[in-house]
Unconditional design. Sequence first.
Lengths: 122, 122
Amino acid sequence: MTERISDAEHAVMEVLWKRAPLTATEVADRVADEKDWSLQTVKTLLSRLAAKAVVGTERDGRRFLYSPLVERDAYLTGVSRNFVDRLFGGKVMPLVAHLAEADELSAEDIREIEELLRELKK
Amino acid sequence: MTERISDAEHAVMEVLWKRAPLTATEVADRVADEKDWSLQTVKTLLSRLAAKAVVGTERDGRRFLYSPLVERDAYLTGVSRNFVDRLFGGKVMPLVAHLAEADELSAEDIREIEELLRELKK
DNA sequence: CGTCAGTGACTACACCTGTAGTTTAATCGA
DNA sequence: TCGATTAAACTACAGGTGTAGTCACTGACG
């Protein structure tokens, strides 16, 4: 069971998944594109992530370099799994069906998914 | 924007979506199949849901009857939307692709989804 | 009529989250 | 060398969440 990552923490992780290692200041700069957070806020989030061993720290003189310890893919698999389990009884079909019925799927989406499934069957 | 429903509250909602109206005790009994919560806990959750106007209350003598005010379908659409937006940039394909790659889709799942999509295109 | 079981209302409380401010220690530039 | 800068560490604090406990009332039962 991978440690829980909160929404705010997730935004920080996205930055680190894109590029790492980074210093706290660098992370804050990049996160600033999305969120209007102070440097301190980002540092707090990094500390919490480090405390949970979701990011690793490496000393670089007076500062730290932060890197993800959890892979984005593994994380996404975990949360998706959890999501589908909790809300759709663990079955992906009802989820897709639901999105379809709610008109959340474009013709484009449908085409892409079909293609993907065709690939999978090989 | 529908009011936020927490995880614990969601378990209570599932019971009410299955059958309503119910008294607090009845809800607690049914929830007990899933969660090991005391009656008081369930009552607290019902109060919070009522305060958020996610369930409605109807007086029945000395007790209340609780019913959902939000439809399950609408709720699922909302959270699914939100989930896909936050984690997969709003595209459903990457989510399905991800679950597929992570071997979370059985051959059976694939067949069902294909069938569903075929239906959709009509 | 008095007691008790059931019910909603109110209170509790620790932990998580979002969002920082403050303190302290190290470093770099003049 | 000394002050200005910068970074990490520690502290803060309100609101949400999980998980109840307690209180006060009321109707049913003996």
